[in-house]
Design a binder for this molecule. Structure first.
Ligand code: UD1
Ligand code: UDP
Length: 380
């Protein structure tokens, strides 16, 4: 009898990181895969489904504009409960640290369905940052039966929290599977942005600084400070292009467009699909971000990265010397960006490929562990 696996995701990063795993599980012997999108994100999720040609079997369509964490959780709990009752999975696979991940795990726990947690064990040790992701990830870890840890440190942290070593598999992160697959695909197809894309208008001769930012704990002052720093940098470097695909959250769109809208060399563009975003990362001179996934992608592409956060759940990327935590203090952001734009030696020392979080084969390792888990369960 095959193992019925229900994969659940709802946001852009979850879908990017589950897409390579879905590809593998779809054809894996002994596994019957059901793909469920909660629709926590809408347009930004659809971009990923299109980029990877990933079909979902069910869309719970929960997103509302300006959704609150509790409102979202309530919708998710109800609709996932109904979904599990219809699908009757043997195991639910959730990813990472979003509200979808935690509530999907909680709903499965309530129905005594086993839970596999992909990208398990990343920790800052600070429940307020990233918020609410540190809490979501930790709580999901408490409920999970199988933990797919991207790196040895994540396994060690899970064991320290009381999880059993034999329930943890170190697999690498599937984001590197997704990234390498997309980069190769772009190279093989000699892909270029379409003529009507804002990326086609960028000057290939000018340096490009790529920016993303959307973290809840940065709302308010944090975003104002980041924008203040970008405005100052844009004034100092008129021959550098600052490209910022702005997250659709009104709490991000509002301050970013109000504070950065009038600068000729700051390009505020819509969230990009994964093809365009990988192309942008590859083309970037350096990257500034508060994103989780980009912290793994940028060093894997050899791009210097300044992280707009005080703490990271991915401290291993700091060991390569290509990633620096700068927080949201405008003076520090300006200082470190200036250093990389002006000092060729400092720039060289930070532009090396470093990928401690994966080799591009995490999905197969997860599938293998699921097969072993099914056999162990059958044997009991
Ligand atoms: C969520 C995750 C965060 C993850 C991020 C990735 C939680 C609590 N947060 O944060 O961990 O890093 O996704 O981007 O799970 N919106 C749209 N269209 C979209 C997507 C979002 O309009 O396609 C707008 C809506 O107004 C929505 C708002 O953005 O209400 C916030 O979305 P939400 O998923 O709650 O929070 P994110 O900040 O995206
Ligand atoms: N990304 C994308 N388009 C964009 C910005 C980011 O495809 O315009 C990708 C990026 O490569 C990474 C993921 O989205 O894989 C990160 O998503 P996000 O920053 O929204 O969430 P986080 O990683 O912080 O949870």
């Amino acid at each position: 009898m095959s193992l019925k696996v229900q994969m659940v995701f709802g946001t852009r990063p979850e879908a990017i990181k589950m897409a390579p795993l879905a590809r593998v599980l779809k054809h894996w012997p002994g596994i019957d895969l059901f793909v469920c999108s909660t629709g926590q994100h809408r347009e930004m999720l659809q971009q990923v489904l299109d980029a990877f040609e990933l079909q979902v079997d069910e869309d719970l369509d929960v997103m509302t504009q300006g959704q609150t964490l509790n409102g979202l959780s309530q919708q998710l709990l109800q609709r996932l409960d109904e979904s599990y009752a219809r699908v009757l999975p043997d195991i639910v696979l959730v990813h990472g640290d979003t509200t979808t991940s935690f509530i999907a795990a909680l709903a499965a726990y309530h129905r005594q369905i086993a839970i596999g947690h992909v990208e398990a064990g990343l920790r800052t040790g600070n429940l307020r940052s990233p918020w609410p992701e540190e809490g979501n990830r930790t709580l999901t870890g408490v409920l999970a039966d199988l933990h797919f840890a991207p790196i040895g440190k994540a396994r060690d942290d899970l064991i320290r929290e009381g999880r059993c070593a034999d329930q943890i598999e170190v697999t690498g992160n599937t984001v590197i599977d997704a990234l390498l697959w997309m980069r190769d695909h772009l190279q093989q197809t000699q892909w270029h942005p379409a003529a009507d894309s804002p990326l086609a208008k960028l000057d290939p001769q000018q340096r490009l600084v790529l920016i993303t930012g959307h973290r809840r704990e940065n709302f308010g002052k944090g975003f104002e400070h980041i924008c203040q720093a970008l405005a100052e940098l844009a004034g100092r470097y008129p021959d550098v292009q600052f490209v910022y695909p702005v997250h659709l959250d009104p709490q991000v769109q509002g301050p970013v467009r109000a504070l950065l809208g009038g600068y000729g060399n700051i390009h505020l563009i819509a969230p990009q699909d994964y093809q365009h975003f990988v192309w942008l990362m590859d083309r970037a001179y350096l990257i500034l971000t508060d994103s989780g996934g980009v912290q793994e992608e940028a060093p894997a592409l050899g791009k210097p990265l300044l992280v707009l956060r005080e703490v990271t759940e991915r401290p291993s990327v700091l060991e390569g010397g290509t990633v620096l935590l700068v927080g949201t203090d405008p003076a520090r952001i300006v200082e470190q960006t200036t250093r990389l734009l002006d000092d060729a030696q400092a720039y060289q020392s930070m532009s090396r490929v470093f990928s401690p979080y994966g080799d591009g084969h995490a999905s197969e390792k997860i599938a293998q562990r699921l097969t072993r888990w099914a056999a162990e369960r059958h044997g009991k």
